[in-house]
Design a protein around this ligand. Structure first.
Ligand SMILES: [Zn+2]
Length: 79
C-alpha cells in the first residue's frame, strides 16, 4: 500500500478544470507527462481525441488552475 503515497489527494481534470479525488476517479489516461485523471468519460474522450495544439491549451489551463489552487492554500507566498 506504499504506492498510495505517490497519489495526490486531489488532482485537476485538465479538460474541464474540476478538482477530483484520484482514488475515486475511474477515467485515467497515461502519456509522457504521467497519469491524468478525468471526471467523466466525456472529458477523457475529449482529451484523447484532442490534437497537440488543443492539448497544449489544456495544459496551460491546468497549470493555471493548480497555481490558483495553491494560492488559496498559501496566499502570502503567492504575492
Ligand atoms: Zn471533466
Amino acid at each position: 500500500m506504499t504506492e498510495n503515497k505517490t497519489v495526490p489527494e486531489t488532482v485537476v481534470d485538465p479538460v474541464c478544470g474540476k478538482t477530483i479525488d484520484p482514488r475515486k476517479v475511474q477515467f485515467t489516461a497515461k502519456d509522457d507527462k504521467g497519469t491524468h485523471y478525468f471526471c467523466s468519460d466525456k472529458c477523457l474522450r475529449r482529451f484523447d481525441t484532442a490534437d497537440a495544439k488543443t492539448k497544449k491549451g489544456f495544459w496551460e489551463r491546468y497549470t493555471d488552475r493548480l497555481k490558483k489552487t495553491h494560492c488559496t492554500q498559501t496566499p502570502p507566498e503567492c504575492r
